[in-house]
Write a protein that binds this ligand. Structure first.
Ligand code: HGY
Ligand code: MN
Ligand code: MN
Length: 413
């Protein structure tokens, strides 16, 4: 059976859902979600399952020196650049079953549906799993992109002092391809919204036009370790107090830049982290984001200046390193239009949306035309084991992905 564009172009939603549930069994969390952090044994197991499914679908694998996986379905024109479609299989420590995973497995489902429908395309299709999208274990997030030196990336350490490079070798996923050596015709990423808008507006599809920019500012505050009982208040050099005041200040800066700005802290490390010792060192990362370049730069400047003043007042040492950044992203208008048209042709409700979370597509957009598709998630919840979507939502977005990818890859015959 050959496909007639627009007639029977839909994925097999049951097969996609079964793949999601099978992948979710690898690196289970403790509350129904997943803990499949990058470069762990669980990540390696998930990669092997993905590889097996792809090879069953007659895809050929390439892996680069950051462990990024590229699963290729040949096109009819060997000189045509591939259309890439993917996301990430790594999860947060208390992550959900769908963040990233949906985009990788829906990309595979697109290819499996093309196989079922005996569709040929001019451009090859490459389904991709990007390493370390989350940045939970090794900062920064989305380390795959080749935007940093490999030496820097390999030297990044997790909280237990293990390095990215050693862990990549240990799990057996150090490839031989050069990072960033694959030119792309286009890049699509399908992802859960991770926010409340689509569900609240009762829309099945998010047509993602932009992604907000972000800074991750890692502060290292230096106080003086001292007894929490016998040290008088006026003799304390309290790095913990300085951190608390900085966190409060970050909240104020983000609120002063409404609408459309966020700021907060997700990770803190006290040393020696003993309940009756004032911390000698406090390390924490401030995460600020907004779609406005002007606001993003202003927020960073304000936070760094006010943090220095807070620390000076308390006699606490203060250093800051930007460990993650990308400017606000505008996705490719032509690809955005193909997503919107696919949703319309399929009769799915849709709306334009700006991505609140960062994605691999934000880096791909620097080197190729890129865009995203989103589906709702229950209560807008993500980066939480209770993250949930419906099979219908998952399938609708994958149908849109199939049509947008085929329009871009050009059906032949
Ligand atoms: O931080 C992010 O937005 C992404 O989930 N890594
Ligand atoms: Mn993600
Ligand atoms: Mn995430």
């Amino acid at each position: 059976m050959t496909a007639q564009p627009g007639v029977n172009l839909r994925v097999n939603g049951d097969r996609l859902w079964d793949m999601l549930m099978d992948m979710a069994k690898i690196g289970p969390g403790i509350a129904g979600g997943n803990n499949r952090q990058t470069l762990t044994d669980e990540d390696a197991e998930g990669r092997r399952l993905f590889q097996r499914w792809c090879e069953d679908g007659r895809l050929t694998m390439g892996v680069d020196t950051m462990g990024n996986m590229f699963m290729t379905r040949a096109g009819t024109d060997p000189d045509a650049l591939p259309v890439y479609v993917g996301s990430h299989l790594d999860t947060q420590p208390t992550g959900g079953k769908y963040d990233g995973v949906l985009g990788v497995l829906a990309g595979l489902e697109v290819v499996r549906s093309m196989n079922d429908l005996n569709i040929k395309t001019k451009h090859p299709i490459v389904v991709t799993n990007w390493t370390n999208e989350e940045g939970a274990r090794f900062a920064p997030a989305m380390l795959f992109a080749g935007m940093l030196t490999q030496e820097y990336a390999y030297a990044r350490k997790d909280m237990d002092g293990k390095s990215f490079g050693d862990e990549l070798k240990r799990i057996g996923w150090l490839g031989d391809e050069e990072v960033g050596a694959r030119p792309m015709h286009a890049y699509f990423e399908y992802h859960i919204e991770q926010g409340p808008i689509l569900e609240a507006e009762d829309r099945q599809i998010g047509v993602v036009t932009h992604c907000q920019g972000l800074w991750w500012l890692e502060f290292t505050l230096t106080g003086r370790e001292a007894h929490t009982g016998s040290t008088p208040m006026n003799l304390r050099v309290n790095a913990g107090l300085a951190m608390a005041r900085i966190m409060e200040m970050v909240q104020g800066v983000a609120m002063s830049e409404q609408p459309g700005a966020v700021g907060g802290v997700g990770q803190v490390k006290f040393s020696p982290n003993s309940r009756n010792v004032l911390p000698g060192t406090v390390v924490f990362t401030v995460d600020i984001r907004t779609p406005s370049q002007e606001k993003l730069d202003r927020m960073r400047a304000k936070i760094e200046a006010e943090a220095a003043t807070i620390c000076e007042t308390l006699g606490v040492g203060c250093s800051v390193e930007a460990v993650g950044h990308f400017d606000p992203v505008t996705f490719d208008p032509k690809l955005v239009a193909s997503v919107r048209k696919a949703a319309e042709d399929l009769g799915y409700s849709h709306m334009d949306i700006i991505s609140g979370a960062g994605h691999d597509a934000c880096w791909a957009a620097k080197v190729a035309p890129a865009t995203m598709i989103m589906c709702p998630c229950v209560g807008g919840l993500s980066h939480n084991e209770a993250e949930e979507i419906s099979k219908d939502w998952a399938t609708a977005g994958a149908d849109v992905l199939l049509r947008a990818v085929l329009e871009t890859a050009e059906i032949v015959g």
